[in-house]
Write a protein that binds this ligand. Structure first.
Ligand code: 5GP
Length: 209
């Protein structure tokens, strides 16, 4: 029996709909808890791949090269830019941060979901290249709460805290460029909301398919 062409197209559509991974971008102001949310999400969704960024920032206590970030000198970072190794990069509070390109592309081509925890300027650049990505903005319950969390972390001096707070207000103003807003009032709830978004996005009928 020869399959009629219409059936074959349907099969192709189904294969395409299922074969590519989702690119998920998680942004939100400094101190909102993106790192904690990502760590918890990875426990709950072990199949979710996490993109490790390159940065010129100094490692904080307990941070490991290749796990939290690839820590680079400014010269090394510049070389990555020149060799087109970064999908996006941005300067944030005096340091550079960027997403290694190959790892993201290979993960998606392999059919796996990948999450990028990046700030807003970088997220907007990713959106230009991957408009089909899923853009999630993590919000603090309030700005006061946010300031308390950054101060409580004890890793930044007052000038950096003030700078991060003013960047935070600007970033929240750009939230409308995202697909979803999730309030991080409680880690457990925030993770549940993001998991639900990922599940729903896998069920979405994409018009390009
Ligand atoms: P932190 O210094 O607190 O680790 O990160 C500062 C900001 O840089 C956070 O908002 C974090 O999400 C963002 N960031 C981390 N990696 C990247 C990246 O690869 N690209 C961009 N654009 N931002 C990043």
């Amino acid at each position: 029996i020869v399959c009629p062409p219409r059936k074959k197209t349907t099969t192709n559509k189904m294969e395409r709909a299922m074969s590519k991974g989702l690119l998920i971008v998680l942004s939100g102001p400094s101190g909102v808890g993106k790192g904690t949310v990502c760590t918890e999400l990875r426990k709950r969704m072990p199949e979710l791949v996490y993109s490790v960024s390159a940065t010129t920032r100094q490692p904080r206590a307990g941070e490991e090269n290749g796990v939290n970030y690839f820590f680079k000198t400014r010269e090394q970072f510049q070389e990555m830019i020149e060799n087109d190794q970064l999908l996006e990069y941005a300067e944030y509070v005096g340091n550079f941060y960027g997403t290694p390109r190959d790892f993201v592309e290979e993960t998606l081509a392999g059919g796996k979901d990948i999450i990028l925890e990046i700030e807003v300027q970088g997220a907007l650049k990713v959106k230009e290249k991957f408009p089909e990505g899923v853009f999630v903005f993590l919000l603090p319950p309030s700005l006061d709460e946010l300031k308390g969390r950054i101060q409580g972390r004890g890793t930044e001096n007052q000038a950096t805290i003030d700078h991060r707070m003013s960047v935070a207000a600007h970033e929240i103003g750009l939230m409308e460029n995202y697909d979803y807003a999730v309030v991080n009032d409680e880690i457990d709830l925030a993770c549940q909301r993001i998991q639900s978004i990922i599940i729903a996005e896998h069920c979405r009928i994409r018009k390009s398919c």
